[in-house]
Design a protein around this ligand. Sequence first.
Ligand code: NAP
Length: 230
Amino acid sequence: MIRVVVSGAAGRMGETVCDAVEAAADLELAGRADPALGVELAEALAGADVAVDFTTPDTALENVRACLAAGVHAVVGTTGFDPDAARAAAHDARAGGGRANVFAAPNFAIGAVLLMSFAAEAARHMGAAEIVELHHERKLDAPSGTAKRTAELIREAGGDVHEPIHSVRLPGLVAHQEVILGCEGQTLTIRHDSIDRRSFMPGVLIAVRAVGDLPDPFTVGLDKLLQPVE
Ligand code: NAP
């Protein structure tokens, strides 16, 4: 049984994660941390194996540090924080004898992971790309972590992502992204839509189960954990 604490447990994602953990036979919901619940993450970590963080760009790094200090593996879905600082904290903790791993993903939806992979593949053949990301109006960061990661992958594949990345914020949206690639006489549009936050839960649970066995103290991207369907 893996004992899981959810950080940001009163938020939109955090509540959905709590439900998913409670429904999983091999996981136990060991705590809910959130200012709205009056519970600090540091106090909820005692006895936990894994913490899942869906909070805010301002607090995610501090929460990662609290997990590392407590020797609790962290799965981070929060976007808009500095991953380099989190990587450095994870490596520092390991050098100091800590055993906790950190896994972060800007998007836990399988369709979004596939979109990023397809976009990088397409960019090898159609170099010019525009990214349009569309989210609900209460999202704090822009452009989205998924859009920034997609741009990195397209550029690593040799493509040219036009700036700025376009961010749309409207009520009614959840999380959506289009990559439009162009070359002479044709365009290719790749689009992913998360229409329900439950779309992220299979990926979150894969990460919860895998984070303790990762070879490195800091890993980014759900693609690192996915096996093809047999
Ligand atoms: P939300 O509804 O605003 O929830 C965030 C929650 O975290 C709030 O209840 C907030 O409390 C709480 N919080 C703030 N500081 C905290 C702390 N130090 N410790 C514990 N909890 C704290 O936001 P959301 O829509 O769930 O999104 C959360 C994050 O997940 C965002 O960064 C979003 O971009 C990201 N996200 C990622 C994915 C993915 O697949 N990786 C998918 C969807 C969303 P207060 O309201 O009192 O501040």
